[in-house]
Design a protein around this ligand. Structure first.
Ligand code: UDP
Ligand code: MG
Length: 324
């Protein structure tokens, strides 16, 4: 158990730098060199954990070569491609540091920013998010990202800060919380926000990918977006309730209209009863569907099995009982 005091962090600490790697043979050597240089320059004691997410190129060979010469360079080799979010999760599981930094290995996230994140952490912040001030991505990527976050933030209960990706430093305590979150459809930037703690933001300019092409295909991006929507918002469930309430109001209107026509005797025989039948049964169906959805969504939240609450510190209490 680490210290519970919100005072400045020690000068002597171990930093874990974690980077997911998928087909980065064109970048990985330069990436490792830049991380090592930035850490050595700032005199930070560190380990660099590379999580190879089933690369099909020579990324691993290069990492192995460099790990032989420098024991601070470590490798977690996935048996196949499990995805970026799983690679980050594995990094947290294996990290030994007092703080853990996550960044991409394609040099879009500059390793030279890490000492700035560390400084904020030493000031007492538990989670230090790197915020993209500018980004050198395609017009399409920028547009879809902006649109998605605007929409997402309208329907989420806990808002996700804009222009924040997965480049961040976390203290060992929030990392311990992240290790306990076992939900499968994980949307990490949502989770790191959801767990709370004292958060800080540091701006940076996001570079172009150094070599190779993006591994985030359209399909993976849509999947990530859906994870964001379904695991952090109640919107789909609410939609079903709005639908039956709206249909009920409409039904009342239609029934009144049908009765008026019936009384004035303008309509054909049997039409009024047909209107009643259609309107009644479709409303009942929508209502029952929304009840089913209510159960499904409750089961889903329960299955996510998130802790009921997260304690960041306790005073005069046995540290054994501090976890929710
Ligand atoms: N990545 C990964 N598994 C994947 C896809 C990507 O580990 O299935 C890594 C990749 O090596 C990079 C980071 O995740 O370090 C971000 O991926 P990418 O640069 O392709 O995404 P973009 O920056 O275009 O969103
Ligand atoms: Mg990238």
């Amino acid at each position: 158990m680490t210290t519970l005091k919100r005072t400045a962090r020690p000068d002597d600490f171990l930093l874990s730098v974690v980077a997911p790697v998928y087909n980065e043979e064109g970048n990985i050597r330069k990436f490792i060199e830049r991380v090592v240089a930035a850490m050595d320059k700032a005199k930070i004691r560190f380990e660099l954990i590379l999580v190879n997410d089933g690369s099909k190129d020579d990324s691993v060979l290069i990492i192995l070569q460099m790990a032989k010469e420098d024991r601070r360079i470590k490798l977690i080799n996935f048996s196949r491609n499990f995805g970026h979010q799983m690679a980050i999760s594995a990094g947290w599981d294996y990290a030994n540091g007092d703080a853990v930094v996550i960044l991409d290995s394609d040099l879009q996230d500059p390793p030279e920013l890490i000492p700035d994140l560390v400084t904020k952490w030493q000031e007492g912040y538990d989670i230090v998010n790197a915020v993209r001030k500018t980004r050198q991505d395609t017009f399409f990527k920028k547009m879809t990202a902006t649109l998605f976050y605007k929409l997402l933030n309208r329907i989420l209960t806990s808002k996700i800060p804009e222009n924040v990706g997965d480049f961040r430093l976390m203290d060992a305590r929030p990392v311990a919380v992240m290790r306990k979150l076992k939900e499968r459809d994980r949307y990490i930037r949502g989770l790191t926000n959801w767990i709370g703690f004292k958060q800080a933001f540091v701006e940076f300019d996001r570079d172009k990918r150094s070599a190779g092409v993006t591994n985030y295909t359209m399909g993976k991006m849509i999947n990530l977006a859906l994870n964001g929507v379904f695991s952090f918002s109640d919107f789909p469930r609410k939609l079903a309730h709005y639908a039956w309430i709206l249909s009920l109001l409409l039904a009342v209107g239609i029934v009144v209209y049908a009765v008026v026509l019936h009384l004035t005797g303008i309509n054909v025989p049997g039409w009024t009863s047909q209107v009643f039948i259609v309107v009644f049964f479709s409303s009942v169906q929508l209502f029952l569907t929304s009840i089913v959805l209510e159960y499904v969504s409750r089961v889903y939240w329960q299955l996510q099995n998130r802790p009921l609450y997260i304690v960041s510190e306790t005073i005069n209490l046995d540290p054994e009982v501090e976890e929710g």
